[in-house]
Design a protein around this ligand. Structure first.
Ligand code: ADP
Ligand code: VHF
Length: 369
C-alpha cells in the first residue's frame, strides 16, 4: 500500500446536520476536506448513512417508522437521491464517486469478502471515492449490519485502512450521554489493549430519532477496527475542518490507538467473520495453556460447545472461566464436535465416520485475542 487510507463514516446526524433534511452545506464542506486529503496523498473511503433520512425528506414523513419494510422503502427512495447529491457536490471538486451497497453476508463469506475487497481496491486505483451504505432494501434481520458503525469497521478491516473516523453529533465518547448528563466528561484517548468495561457501560444508545446505534455501536466499531490495526477517532461532524484537524493531530475527539500491528489477511478475515458468529467452544485449562503457547486446539480439550455452525465457520474459543482466548476456523461442525468433545483425536474417524484432521482448530487458523 503506497498511500495512507482513511475510512470516514458519516452518521445521519452529520449528513442532516441534526435537521430533517440532507445538509448541502455539510456535504460541500466534506467534499472540500476530501479534496484536500487527496492532495495530501490520502485515499478516502466514505461510509454514508442518510438514505432513510433522504427518503423521509422526499415523502415528507415526520417520524422514523418502526417497521423494517417501511425503513427499507424509505432507503430505496432516499439512496438514489443521496448518491445524486454526492455526485453533484463531489463533482464540483473534480472528485468521482462510486456507490457500493453491502450487506453483512457480503463480508462474512470468504469469497464475497475477497470480491468486495477487489472491487473497492479497483475503485481506489481509479481514484474514485467509494460511497458505501448498507444495502437496506435487501437486508433482512439476519444479514443486516443494522448500523453503519459496524459496517465502517468491517470496511476498515477489509481495506487495511490506517484510520477510521466516526463523525457524529457529539465531540467524542463521554463518561455518560452528554444529552442527559451535564457532568459527563469527554474521554480523549483509549490506549489500553482492551476497551475498559466502564467505557462499555458509559456508551449508550441513540435518542435523537435520527441515528440508529448511538455510542455503543461506535465503541464496538472502534474495538474491531483497532484490532485490525487502525487508529480510530470519534469526533463531531459539525466542527469545521474536523477531518483535516484529525490527520494533523489537532482535533478534539476520542482517539483509540491500534491494539494490533498489521495483521495478515487471513486473520483480518477471521476478525471480521467472528462478528456474526454464534459458535463458541469452551475449553479446559490444559487446552488453554497449549493454545497460548501456539499449539492447536484438539477435541480432548473441549468441554462444551455452544451455537450451531458448519465446518469452515469462524468460532470463538473461551476458557471455562468464560474468558475469550482466541478465534479461529473450525475443522468440524457443531454436531460433530458434540460427539468428539473430550475424546482423543485417534477416535475421530471411528466416532463420526471421517476425519478432517486431528485438530478442531489448527494453530495456523487461530488468532489469540
Ligand atoms: N457515552 C456517550 N458519549 C457520547 N454520546 C453518547 C453516549 N452514550 C450515548 N450517546 C448518544 O449517542 C448519540 C450519537 O449516536 P447516533 O445518534 O447513532 O448518531 P449517528 O447518526 O452519528 O450514528 C449521541 O447523540 C448521544 O446522545
Ligand atoms: N443505512 C441507513 C443508516 C443506518 C445507520 O447506521 O444510521 P446512523 O446510526 O445514522 O449511522 C441509511 O442510510 O439511512
Amino acid at each position: 500500500m503506497s498511500s495512507k487510507r482513511i475510512v470516514i463514516k458519516l452518521g445521519t446526524s452529520t449528513i442532516t446536520a441534526g435537521s430533517a433534511k440532507i445538509s448541502y452545506p455539510g456535504l460541500i464542506d466534506l467534499a472540500r476536506q476530501v479534496s484536500i486529503l487527496r492532495q495530501m496523498g490520502y485515499e478516502v473511503i466514505i461510509i454514508s448513512s442518510g438514505a432513510i433520512a433522504a427518503g423521509r425528506q422526499i415523502l415528507a414523513q415526520k417520524d422514523l417508522p418502526r417497521q423494517i419494510p417501511a425503513k427499507q422503502m424509505l432507503a430505496a427512495i432516499g439512496q438514489s437521491k443521496l448518491m445524486g447529491i454526492y455526485t453533484q457536490i463531489f463533482g464540483m471538486y473534480d472528485l468521482i464517486v462510486g456507490q457500493v451497497l453491502l450487506t453483512k453476508d457480503d463480508l462474512l463469506d470468504r469469497r464475497r469478502y475477497l470480491n468486495a475487497r477487489n472491487t473497492l481496491n479497483a475503485l481506489l486505483s481509479y481514484r474514485v471515492i467509494p460511497i458505501i451504505n448498507e444495502n437496506d432494501t435487501v437486508a433482512t434481520e439476519e444479514i443486516r449490519f443494522g448500523d453503519n458503525d459496524n459496517l465502517s469497521a468491517l470496511v476498515t478491516n477489509v481495506l487495511e485502512a490506517d484510520l477510521l473516523v466516526l463523525l457524529t453529533d457529539q465531540d467524542g465518547l463521554y463518561t455518560s450521554d452528554p444529552r442527559s448528563d451535564p457532568q459527563a466528561r469527554m474521554i480523549s484517548e483509549v490506549a489500553t489493549e482492551h476497551i475498559p468495561e466502564d467505557l462499555w457501560q458509559a456508551a449508550g444508545g441513540s435518542v435523537s430519532g435520527l441515528g440508529t446505534g448511538g455510542m455503543h455501536t461506535k465503541l464496538s466499531a472502534a474495538d474491531l477496527a483497532r484490532k485490525s490495526g487502525a487508529t480510530v477517532f470519534i469526533a463531531n461532524g459539525n466542527t469545521p475542518d474536523i477531518i483535516i484537524k484529525i490527520v494533523n493531530g489537532a482535533a478534539r475527539g476520542t482517539k483509540f490507538l491500534p491494539s494490533n500491528s498489521t495483521l495478515e489477511s487471513r486473520k483480518r478475515y477471521m476478525l471480521a467473520g467472528v462478528q456474526a458468529s454464534t459458535g463458541i467452544l469452551y475449553i479446559d485449562p490444559g487446552a488453554e495453556k497449549a493454545i497460548k503457547k501456539g499449539g492447536s486446539l484438539l477435541p480432548v480439550g473441549l468441554v462444551k460447545i455452544a451455537g450451531s455452525f458448519e465446518r469452515g465457520d469462524i468460532v470463538r474459543v473461551r476458557s471455562a472461566k468464560l474468558q475469550e482466548i482466541a478465534i479461529g476456523i473450525t475443522n468440524y461442525s457443531s454436531d460433530d464436535l458434540e460427539r468428539i468433545q473430550g475424546k482423543n483425536s485417534t477416535l475421530i474417524e471411528d466416532i463420526v465416520g471421517y476425519s478432517y484432521g486431528d485438530e478442531v482448530i489448527h494453530h495456523n487458523n487461530m488468532m489469540l485475542v
